[in-house]
Write a protein that binds this ligand. Structure first.
Ligand SMILES: NC(=O)c1ccc[n+]([C@@H]2O[C@H](COP(=O)([O-])OP(=O)(O)OC[C@H]3O[C@@H](n4cnc5c(N)ncnc54)[C@H](O)[C@@H]3O)[C@@H](O)[C@H]2O)c1
Length: 280
């Protein structure tokens, strides 16, 4: 165990700490690597043990400490076992990053009931159950930090009915948990990533010229004019997890290059540079 780094001596649990195969950095893996880089010992929870093991190898290759936990975070028993693994292996849980989430495009009219339930289970129920298991451990010690990976989809419309409902639910639950557990020394915050480039994205749209174009448009839609990735989310998680954020709770932090703050019409000139208007 190291006491060096912004999270030295702390124990973190990251759900969905593996990654969809493909180019780029996933948010769960990015959070896990950076938490470990800052000194945390990390439990890498994933339904796919091979994916979690890949993350473990990266962390250990950098001299960090991590263990994997294979389980389905939609199941209460697996969440309890995940927290028990952290306690048995490293002694406690100081930090929980609820990262699992999946999206399906569709309005309320064309979203199937099965898709609705699947998105709610993976994106919202996992946060509920992992937190349900971790909070008593944190409360017993009088300290803890929970970081939930939400989305701008929980605040802005985009034609993803089930995902929007789940992420909006995550944001609301973040605030409610911050209230309920603040006097137990537990801080609860969320990160709302914008349109970031991750392996999950490429697994949905493919590595195609169209995908590349969409990513350039996503970058151009930000105030900064640049794209983000899993590392950007990971650094925000490091801050919220650390004692540097000791007086921050109940916050939904956009990590989006300024997308949520921009006036849409004012973005038109920037977007024209990427996609020139047709000749008059
Ligand atoms: N990519 C974006 O543009 C974007 C934008 C906003 C928010 N997000 C959010 O970021 C997160 C995506 O994280 P990622 O990049 O790490 O995704 P990812 O899909 O690459 O990795 C998530 C991991 O979760 C694991 N997993 C899936 N179901 C599980 C279950 N039931 N139990 C345990 N593990 C399970 C998968 O095996 C995978 O390894 C999601 O919450 C997503 O909503 C992404």
């Amino acid at each position: 165990m190291t006491t060096q780094g912004r999270l030295g001596g702390k124990v973190a649990v990251v759900t969905g700490a593996g990654s969809t195969p493909g180019p780029g950095m996933a948010t769960g893996r990015g959070c896990a690597i950076l938490l470990a880089r800052e000194g945390a010992r990390v439990v890498l929870a994933d339904i796919d043990p091979d994916r979690a093991t890949e993350t473990k190898k990266i962390i250990e290759g950098e001299g960090g400490e991590a263990v994997t936990f294979a389980g389905d975070m939609t199941k209460a028993a697996d969440c309890e076992a995940m927290v028990a693994t952290a306690v048995d292996t490293f002694g406690t849980v100081d930090v929980l990053v609820n990262n699992i989430g999946v999206s399906t495009a569709g309005t309320v009219v064309d979203t199937s009931e099965a898709d609705w339930d699947r998105v709610q289970a993976l994106s919202l129920r996992t946060m509920f159950l992992a937190s349900k298991s971790a909070v008593p451990v944190m409360a017993a010690r009088g300290s803890g930090s929970i970081v939930n990976i939400g989305s701008i989809a929980g605040v802005r419309g985009g034609g993803y009915a089930s995902y929007a409902a789940a992420k909006g639910g995550m944001h609301a639950l973040t605030v409610d948990m911050a209230y309920a557990h603040g006097r137990q020394g537990i801080r609860v915050n969320a990160i709302a990533p914008g349109h970031i480039t991750t392996p999950l994205l490429f697994s949905v749209v493919g590595v195609t010229p169209e995908a590349d174009y969409r990513q350039r448009m996503a970058a151009a839609s930000t105030m900064l004019g640049t794209g983000g990735d899993g590392w950007d989310v990971g650094w925000a998680a490091v801050f919220l997890a650390s004692d540097e954020a000791r007086w921050i709770t109940g916050v939904v932090l956009p990590v989006d290059g300024g997308v949520m703050a921009v006036t849409p019409l004012m973005m038109a000139d920037h977007l024209r540079a990427v996609q020139p208007p047709p000749p008059a």
